[in-house]
Design a protein around this ligand. Structure first.
Ligand code: G3H
Length: 229
């Protein structure tokens, strides 16, 4: 039985401005979500039936997911206390020799969990793309799954870079929390829920919400959503 928790990063400064891509920090509301997540996770993810269980925590390499996960405590997880520590990326604390359990559950930062890369349109708002490059905007709306941003990525590219992680996840049985981005989580959500990839690019993955997916490969996957405000 697998239990996977998916969360987008807290609201970023680009979300507020309606911009895509980039590597912005969190807005004040996003920071509040990070605090709420830090309180929610120990009680709901790390603790199962009254016991602390081994669990895994993965983020992307972009600061908005790392900042979102930074308040999450764990007996063996130590995130930097504030954004000023971000220069110390990657976040894995130094491995303690001979402690395999510790190694396995140390938080991991994966570039393959980064948001879809919009190439030449990084930092644009959708209306700017429509105004400056109407053809690109209409190509994307005709085939959102297959459209690749000039010098950037398509949803197919995300499927490809996320596939090795999905194979890795299939070998785990500890709960796993992934803090990532909407496009990547659309792909992961579709995979775990058994939905076709054609519908993935339009699935809404709301902010400030943890999606818990439970599946065993036999019965239909189950999902629960926890809105943390
Ligand atoms: O910033 C990008 C979004 O999370 C991905 O959304 O593929 O619907 O443009 P989109």
């Amino acid at each position: 039985r697998h239990v996977i928790y998916l969360s987008r990063h807290g609201q970023s400064e680009y979300n507020v401005l309606g911009k895509i891509g980039g590597n912005p920090p969190l807005s004040a509301a996003g920071d509040e979500y990070a605090v709420r997540l830090g309180n929610w996770v120990p009680a709901n993810v790390w603790r199962q039936e009254g016991k602390i269980v081994q669990a895994r925590l993965w983020t992307s390499s972009l600061q908005r997911t790392i900042l979102t996960a930074r308040h999450i405590p764990h007996p063996v997880l130590h995130f930097p206390p504030s954004s000023s520590s971000l220069h110390s990326l990657p976040l894995q604390p130094r491995p303690r020799p001979d402690d395999e359990e510790w190694e396995q559950t140390a938080p991991r930062v994966y570039r393959s969990l980064d948001e879809i890369f919009a190439g030449e349109y990084e930092g644009y708002r959708y209306e700017d793309i429509r105004a400056k490059a109407a053809k690109e905007a209409s190509l994307r709306s005709l085939d959102k799954l297959g459209y690749r941003y000039p010098r950037g990525e398509s949803y197919y590219d995300i499927i490809q870079r996320v596939a090795p992680l999905i194979h890795e996840i299939e070998t785990y049985h500890e709960p796993l929390l992934i803090v990532s981005h909407q496009a990547v989580l659309r792909i992961m959500y579709s995979y775990f829920m058994g939905l076709p990839r054609t519908s993935a690019p339009k699935i809404e993955i709301p902010l400030h919400t943890v999606i818990k997916i439970t599946y065993d490969g036999f019965s239909p996957p189950k999902e629960e959503r926890f809105f943390l405000g």
